[in-house]
Design a protein around this ligand. Structure first.
Ligand SMILES: Cc1cc2nc3c(=O)[nH]c(=O)nc-3n(C[C@H](O)[C@H](O)[C@H](O)COP(=O)(O)OP(=O)(O)OC[C@H]3O[C@@H](n4cnc5c(N)ncnc54)[C@H](O)[C@@H]3O)c2cc1C
Length: 429
């Protein structure tokens, strides 16, 4: 369905990566392992690292390059919570069990802060996010989110910033209020993925690039995954393929809709101008149904995403599609040069709830619905702990239940596009 290439897309992250991005071998011949993982994005990498450090033999197969897909191209916003927010999780699990899931999200935020130091790599980590409101009625959503966080999830860190105080945080006329989260962060996702991959290899794990799993089968001796030049047998199989699962596992792909998402990076801005846009260097996402999200990079570019596509993949001219969103937020940047523009795919589940589970010794992580920097780490903990014998966290995810898209892949996209058009209209009113 998607064309994978042996090169990273021309994103800000790939083009400014310090030094050559490591090239890993292609699988040739037969291999045996304890845990066989398909997909080297955050889901597969975090799972592999946790298991390798626990002494398991792991082997990771990647069709393209480590973090070639969403994990190497995203906005780098490490926000607490899932794409669906907490209400659907509370509805599915009840208060006490959804609180345990929330606690694992806080664990993920703390873990991500420490991982680079622990394994000796750099991710340009910066603390703090703003969740902003454009519409008066959605200021109330911020207030409710803050109250719920305290009462239900025991999370007292959020701070509501009113309109008067907003200029100290963001130089935009578009917003009425914001919720500041000091435990959230932003970072360079490609550096994170490459740091994880190197740590896996140091712990004895094997990673093969340009090794697409064409199919897999279950046998008495475990799972056998076949690539063009070889095969790997693993006692345990972990599928971490995101929106690209496609024909490899029809059961999993029937619960996902691949959606195009894209962003731009400006040229480096004048230091004073850059500082004036976001004086506290927080990342920002608004609470519109189709949100704008943005942040500054260490070399003072504005990285900006807004909009998504359902039916035709990614817009041909991403910069032209994104510029009006950017200039609506920051009119002072009208005409600014956009040096990089790139897109990727997100794996939207019907209720935007995470789809993480197990059948026999076959595990999967998907359904992050465009919000996966921290959720993939929380999910990887659940899967790796289950593989090591403790399935308490995984049981929570399995109780959420993720339905198929009605009408299968043919109808899912038009239905989702129609639904989104309705919500976009509501964003405008
Ligand atoms: C433009 C964009 C902006 C985003 N911004 C944010 C953000 O700011 N904050 C946030 O939290 N989330 C964001 N996300 C979402 C986040 O990036 C994802 O949820 C997360 O990276 C998913 O990680 P993953 O490992 O599950 O999937 P991926 O990173 O997509 O990895 C899946 C891997 O599996 C490989 N694969 C697939 N099929 C096979 C096969 N048959 N054989 C071998 N390998 C295979 C793919 O090549 C790919 O490398 C964004 C996503 C996009 C696209």
């Amino acid at each position: 369905m998607f064309k994978q290439s042996a090169q990273h897309v021309a994103s800000y992250y790939a083009r400014t990566y310090p030094g050559p991005i490591p090239l890993r071998p292609t699988l040739a011949g037969r291999e045996e392992t304890e845990v066989l993982i398909v997909g080297a994005g955050f889901s597969g990498l975090h799972t592999a690292l946790r298991l390798a450090l626990a002494g398991k033999r792991v082997c990771l197969l990647e069709v393209s390059r480590v973090a070639w897909a969403a994990s190497g191209r995203n906005g780098g916003q490490a926000l607490l919570g899932w794409s669906c927010d907490m209400p659907p999780l509370e509805k599915a699990l009840g208060l006490e069990r959804s609180r345990r899931l929330w606690d694992s999200m806080r664990w993920a935020a703390a873990e991500l802060r420490e991982l680079p130091q622990r394994h000796g790599f750099e991710v340009d980590y910066r603390r703090g996010s703003l969740w902003t409101a454009v519409l008066p009625r959605r200021v109330r959503l911020l207030q409710e989110a803050q109250a719920d966080a305290l009462a239900k999830w025991g999370y007292a860190a959020l701070r509501l910033i009113g309109r008067d105080e907003l200029p100290e945080w963001i130089a935009s006329p578009r917003y009425l209020a914001a919720l500041y989260d000091p435990e959230a962060a932003h970072l360079n996702p490609l550096k994170l993925a490459q740091g994880l991959a190197a740590a896996i290899e140091r712990a004895g794990g094997r990673i093969y690039e340009q090794s697409q799993v064409l199919d897999y089968r279950e046998s008495a001796a475990g799972y056998i995954a076949r690539t063009a030049k070889g095969e790997v047998r693993g006692e345990v199989l972990v599928l971490a393929c995101n929106a690209y699962i496609d024909r490899l596992d029809r059961q999993l792909s029937s619960r996902l809709l691949p959606v195009g998402s894209y962003q731009v990076a400006t040229v480096p801005l004048d230091p004073e101008l850059a500082h004036s846009l976001l004086p506290q260097d927080s990342c920002v996402i608004d609470n519109q149904f189709v949100p704008d999200y943005f942040r500054l990079t260490p070399d003072r570019r504005l990285l900006f995403g807004g909009g998504c596509t359902y039916l035709g993949g990614i817009p041909r001219d991403i910069a032209a599609a994104t510029r009006p969103h950017l200039e609506r937020v920051f009119p002072q940047l009208r005409g600014v040069e956009l040096e990089f523009a790139w897109g990727g795919h997100i794996d939207v589940s019907l209720k935007r709830t995470p789809d993480i589970g197990r059948q026999g010794q076959r595990y999967w992580l998907q359904g992050f619905s465009g919000h996966g920097v921290l959720p993939t780490l929380a999910g990887a903990r659940a899967v790796s702990e289950a593989i090591l014998g403790d399935d308490a966290l995984l049981a929570l995810y399995q109780a959420i239940g993720n339905p198929r898209f009605p009408g299968g892949t043919l109808l899912a996209a038009p239905l989702e596009a129609a639904g989104k058009a309705w919500y976009r209209l509501r964003d405008l009113i």
